[in-house]
Write a protein that binds this ligand. Structure first.
Ligand code: PAF
Length: 300
């Protein structure tokens, strides 16, 4: 690892530069020729992030990883202060795999909070995850726009676990004509099924067992497909707490278990056929966890 970098060939088997300021980032970015992909993270990197990095390396000549816990996307009673941070561990994990890590301080990224100008996500940002976390998606859209402006990538790689975020980022790019392609990467799971997330660090061993109700619900929805009513029944049972799981899910409280049209993010109607986005959020021991999958529903 170096604090600044001079070699700007393809990101492979060499030291990763770490920069903390926008000026350093811009200077480093200016030296990159060929295509650039950005992987935006809030740090506490895990295998799921490494899959995003791996995809970025496949599709671009250079990879920039941003590592920033964005205060704009946390509500006043949320876990911003407690959110896990480990910049040194993060850099060690991606050393040699990315060209550059951009890890700014809060004041560097956001000189004023709240900013005088920010991006609003309109109604889509108030639904589902946004209903439980008012302002969350405006905060995400604002920081994503800033990070795109700062890194000027050809491609930005996002995970499918945060399905609503992915849809909103895709709309941000389309609606604001941003010159970047969004590349989506499938959810990575632990061996028992739990979707990888930085927030899993908050779970006790018992909490992890309870959290398995989320991935078990995804599995039940997959099994019920292609029957749309089967998928809806599986989700209703999960939410009502009447689903039969092999895992102990007694302490899992669902916030939502939805079947959505992936194009519009609206709940599917009974006549819907084709791809259905199953989107889940639940609480285990005060930790909010998400899971999602796209299933093909071609029958009633
Ligand atoms: O998905 C995340 O980790 C964050 O929402 C993102 C996209 C890095 C913006 O802060």
């Amino acid at each position: 690892m170096t604090t600044t970098g001079t070699d700007h060939g393809p990101a492979a088997d060499r030291s990763t530069a770490v920069v903390r300021t926008k000026a350093e980032l811009r200077a480093q970015r200016a030296t990159m020729s060929g295509t650039v992909a950005v992987v935006m993270t809030m740090g506490s990197l895990h295998q799921g992030h490494l899959m995003l990095v791996a995809r970025a390396r496949e599709v671009a000549d250079h990879v920039i990883l941003t590592d920033f816990v964005n205060p704009l996307q946390f509500g006043p009673n949320e876990d911003f202060d407690a959110y896990p941070r480990d910049i040194e561990g993060d850099v060690a994990l991606v050393d040699g795999m990315v060209d550059l890590v951009f890890a700014p301080a809060t004041e560097e990224m956001h000189p004023t909070i709240p900013p005088m100008v920010s991006v609003t996500t309109n109604r889509t940002g108030t639904l589902y995850e946004g209903a439980s976390r008012p302002g969350h998606f405006d905060g995400v859209a604002t920081v994503v726009t800033k990070l795109l402006n700062l890194t000027t990538p050809h491609i930005a790689v996002f995970g499918r676990k945060d399905a609503q975020q992915l849809a909103i980022v895709q709309s941000l790019v389309t609606d604001l004509d941003l010159p970047v392609r969004i590349e989506a990467v499938d959810i990575q799971r632990e061996s028992e099924g739990l979707a990888l997330s930085s927030r899993n660090l908050f779970l006790s061993a018992e909490g992890r067992r309870h959290a398995l109700g989320l991935s078990a619900t995804i599995a039940a929805a997959r099994e019920a497909a292609p029957s749309l009513s089967g998928v809806l029944d599986a989700l209703a049972a999960a939410k009502a707490g009447t689903a039969e799981y092999s895992a102990d899910t007694t302490a899992l409280r669902f916030d939502y278990a939805l079947a959505l049209d992936p194009a519009t993010l609206q709940p599917v109607t009974s006549s819907h056929r084709g791809e259905t986005l199953v989107m889940l959020a639940g609480w285990v021991d005060g930790t909010r966890l998400l899971d999602a999958a796209v299933v093909e529903t071609t029958a009633p």
